[in-house]
Design a protein around this ligand. Structure first.
Ligand code: BG6
Length: 471
């Protein structure tokens, strides 16, 4: 089996920071076929030795102790660089000669479009015109995949003109995280979980992704986009889908993705009627992170070279309902923001108290799935104190940490590495399907419209705080 990976935007930030380090590991760990080549392309003229020096420097930086001269030597042999002018006929002929696709090839070709979506059209058109899109080829794209339903439709159309849905891999890097991939295992391997996974037993679910970073030099993009579109439409909705979906017919990619789509289609719309009680949008003001003073959002973006209007929200909280038999009436609280008190992402399932309550219990049973920084699943059980002088009423919440592996001993691959491995295998399970992305945009668009039509105020929260709360 021959594998060709062509990275458009091949010396861009994502390629150097995430893609090439991931491919280094996959190559080192024998996860790529023997005959593999990686071709990085971009507009810049660059001799191969300069390209290799650049990649080596970045790998050494990002991989730290995992970088080894010996592995690099072997890896660098599969790396190539080409300048491609997207509008230049000769450059595409060069790519065609290089790939040399035959009629009965036993091979895979992966095109990774690590470029702005405005370049999807010329690249996809050229790949098609030059017959570089055979069935054995796959195309990988990632967010931002549109900024609303309409633009997402356009992107889907562009891709569909050159590739079938089976060939398209839309990345949401949250789907490459170990803890997220563990959700279905946890739900469907345990009778204990699946029997209580519904409105009869669950009181509410909190999905939180908090960051300490600010807009980090991305003011232009971020202010236009805001957290609802940057984080909720994709990462948080994916987490919600995995928690809420019905058992799929099988673990085949499309069976799982069918169920995720059904969840989105059953989300109760957040619109003008309920926006005020169901959402918060906010921006951070000056505060402290790790005891260091940081500026507020408006001052942060004023420092940057772009002229922006300061309307992007850096925090969103939503109260969401899934209107189906399993979940009717159970609130899902989605919360995400920048410049919050700590970096962490977790899903907390809060169970109802037992029907007969003998004990006056202020706490609740909880199942907590930590996505980052730690990778743990824990259960809070209420029980009698083992030692001490208390009576049976002297209880405490006992948190049991159930690790699925010792992350200190095992290297946990990064999201991109996992996802690239799946693309190489040709498994679309952890990639977002075209219809799913459109459905999620439709739901998100209604929230943005309601923020506008109901003039929902932009709240403020001090940097380093936990942000405003909906409850
Ligand atoms: C990206 C967003 O998709 O996810 C960023 O564009 C955000 O704004 C990032 O910081 C968070 O990813 P992670 O993996 O660090 O939680």
């Amino acid at each position: 089996m021959v594998l060709d990976i062509v990275i458009f935007g091949g010396i861009g930030d994502l390629a150097l920071r995430k893609l090439l380090p991931s491919l280094y590991y996959l190559h080192r760990d024998g996860q790529m076929p023997g005959q593999s080549r990686i071709l990085c392309v971009s507009r810049a003229e660059k001799p191969r030795h300069e390209f290799l020096d650049l990649v080596k420097e970045k790998l050494a930086h990002f991989l730290g102790q995992d970088f080894s001269e010996e592995v690099w030597k072997a890896f660098s042999e599969v790396l190539l660089y080409e300048k491609i002018d997207l509008a230049g006929y000769d450059d595409w002929v060069k790519l065609k000669d290089y790939l040399n696709i035959g009629p009965t090839d036993n091979r895979n070709i992966i095109y990774y479009l690590s470029v702005t979506p405005s370049l999807f059209t010329p690249i996809c058109e050229q790949l098609k015109t030059n017959n570089l899109n055979p069935d054995c080829s796959r195309v990988v794209v990632e967010k931002p995949l549109g900024e609303d339903h309409e633009s997402a439709c356009q992107i889907n159309d562009i891709l569909a003109k050159s590739f079938s849905e089976k060939q398209i891999y839309r990345i949401d890097h949250y789907l490459g995280k170990e803890a997220v991939q563990n959700i279905l295992h946890l739900r469907f391997s345990n009778h204990l979980m699946e029997t209580v996974w519904n409105k009869d037993h669950i009181e509410k679910i909190e999905i939180t992704v908090s960051e300490t970073v600010g807009v980090e030099g991305r003011a232009g993009f971020f202010d236009r986009t805001g957290t609802l579109r940057d984080m909720v439409q994709n990462h948080l909705m994916q987490l919600l889908n995995y928690i809420a979906l019905e058992p799929p017919k099988s673990l085949e990619a499309d069976h799982i993705r069918d169920e995720k789509l059904k969840v989105i289609n059953h989300l109760v719309p957040i619109d003008a009627g309920n926006i005020a009680q169901s959402s918060i949008r906010a921006q951070y003001s000056a505060g402290k992170i790790d005891d260091k003073p940081v500026m507020g959002y408006l001052d942060d973006i004023a420092e940057q070279p772009y002229k922006v209007d300061g309307k992007g929200e850096t925090f969103v909280a939503l109260k969401v309902f899934v209107d189906n038999e399993r979940w009717r009436g159970v609130p899902f609280y989605l919360k995400t923001g920048k410049r919050l008190d700590r970096r962490h992402a977790e899903i907390c399932i809060i169970f109802k108290p037992p029907e007969t309550q003998f004990y006056d219990e202020p706490d609740s049973n909880q199942l907590i799935i930590q996505i980052q920084p730690e990778l743990t699943v824990s259960i809070n059980l209420l029980m009698k104190k083992l030692l001490g002088t208390g009576s049976a009423l002297n209880k405490h919440q006992n948190q049991m940490d159930l690790h699925s592996g010792d992350t200190k001993k095992v290297r946990v691959p990064e999201a991109y590495e996992r996802l690239l491995r799946e693309v190489i295998k040709g498994d679309q399970t952890y990639f977002v399907r075209g219809d799913e992305i459109l459905a999620s945009w439709k739901w998100i668009d209604a929230i943005r419209e309601a923020w506008q039509s109901e003039s929902i105020e932009m709240q403020e929260y001090p940097a380093g705080s936990i942000g405003p709360s909906l409850e």
